[in-house]
Design a protein around this ligand. Structure first.
Ligand SMILES: NC(=O)c1ccc[n+]([C@@H]2O[C@H](COP(=O)([O-])OP(=O)(O)OC[C@H]3O[C@@H](n4cnc5c(N)ncnc54)[C@H](OP(=O)(O)O)[C@@H]3O)[C@@H](O)[C@H]2O)c1
Length: 238
């Protein structure tokens, strides 16, 4: 446990497992107070209990679907009440529906775009006035290399992550003079339950490695902004 982020207050969406969970744990170990959300109440409850036990830090959580504006508003009201401020927003919650356009249902299309893109906009809109009260803040958007490399079966996911990269970069330009630093993290394959977990994930990036990148972004002095990070397995499976 360090105190690098002592006094800082953070929200990690989708913090119950995978990359979001690793980021939440890392922020806690660096001394931040952390709020997480996910759609599953059981998932939130269990993760909060485990992270509190493992790190001894201040961690709270609530159910919220980032695709739903009213639930996002309720999440940030919860954060106001529980943490009393906000300095760091990690937009991590995301889903992947993989099907060719002819097989893709309009529901899957909407759900993917609403979660991976519109949900990020909702959270950023809630975070910005709160950052103003604290003199600035960080937004870290967990995008994907699928935001620059299209692949067959990726129409909905690619569209959401290409869109997220554009949104994220424009927001960075919009708010850099407000002391809001926006970073887009674009991982390749990470060993999580996101896509069916195989027996041997050794070649993939570990979720903790993405958390290390986030910690590095947050450590930069105010004059410097890591605005985009591409990260991939060193030796992807052939
Ligand atoms: N794993 C990879 O290879 C990889 C590569 C590049 C980028 N990414 C990106 O990294 C992010 C995290 O992926 P992951 O691999 O850690 O996935 P994961 O293991 O499936 O975890 C996803 C997390 O997001 C939550 N979540 C999903 N939809 C949500 C919603 N609508 N509202 C609130 N929370 C929601 C989940 O909880 P509930 O299910 O309870 O809601 C869970 O906590 C995603 O944005 C993904 O696109 C992943």
């Amino acid at each position: 446990m360090t105190n690098v982020l002592g006094g800082k207050k953070a929200v990690v969406t989708g913090g119950t497992r995978g990359i979001g969970r690793a980021i939440a744990e890392r922020l806690l170990r660096e001394g931040a107070e952390v709020a997480i959300c996910g759609r599953s109440a059981a998932g939130v409850e269990q993760s909060v209990a485990e992270m509190s036990h493992e790190t001894g830090g201040t961690v709270v959580g609530t159910t919220a679907d980032v695709a739903d504006l009213n639930q996002v508003r309720a999440l940030f009201t919860f954060v106001d009440r529980q943490l009393g401020g906000l300095d760091i927003l990690v937009n991590n919650a995301g889903i992947g529906v993989f099907a060719s356009v002819s097989q893709l249902s309009s529901d899957d299309w909407r759900r993917t775009l609403d979660t991976n893109l519109t949900g990020v906009y909702y959270c950023c809109s809630e975070a910005l006035p709160r950052f103003r009260n604290r003199g600035g803040g960080f937004v870290i958007n967990i995008s994907s290399l699928a935001g620059k490399n299209a692949f067959a079966g990726g129409a909905a996911y690619n569209a959401s992550k290409f869109g997220l990269n554009g949104f994220s970069e424009a927001m960075m330009l919009d708010h850099r003079y407000d002391d809001v630093r926006v970073c887009t993290v674009m991982p390749g394959s990470v060993a999580t339950e996101f896509s069916s977990r195989s027996q041997n994930d050794d070649w993939k990036i570990a979720a903790e490695d993405i958390a290390e990148i986030v910690a590095c972004v947050l450590r930069m002095p105010g004059r410097t902004l890591i605005s985009r990070v591409e990260v991939r397995p060193s030796k992807p499976k052939k």
